[in-house]
Design a protein around this ligand. Sequence first.
Ligand SMILES: [Zn+2]
Length: 148
Amino acid sequence: MPKFMADHMLGRTCRWMRIMGYDTQYPKCNSDNDILKKCMREDLVLLTRDYEFYKRYPKSVFLNSPDFKAQLKQITEMFPPDPDLFFTRCPECNAILRVVETKTMGEGFDLVKSRFETVKQCPECGKYYWEGSHYYRIRDEINELIKG
Ligand SMILES: [Zn+2]
């Protein structure tokens, strides 16, 4: 599976791709040249809605729709996702989540602690992820997307 770079306008698409396990970077800088240099250096597939930008880099994919779900559909058709990798990556920072015991969680997680022995945590931002209602809704949306 290649690694990806999402263009600026694709923040939402980028977060969903990470949830689906795609290694997807999001540009921290605003210069197209810097983004392209990074893509070349790290052999990334560039996802963009900007046709001029698309034409400048051979490994880029032009996303046809402004709608993030249609974009995800296009991406998953070109690069079928690995369901084993769903929910293994932080949607905010792209880092691989690690499994932690809930007893190590701080104050304010009583409900989570009462329901789970372990949760996932992002080593970068420290955010916790567990299989709550949000998780099931996202999982259903992903399944809808890849089967449809
Ligand atoms: Zn994170």
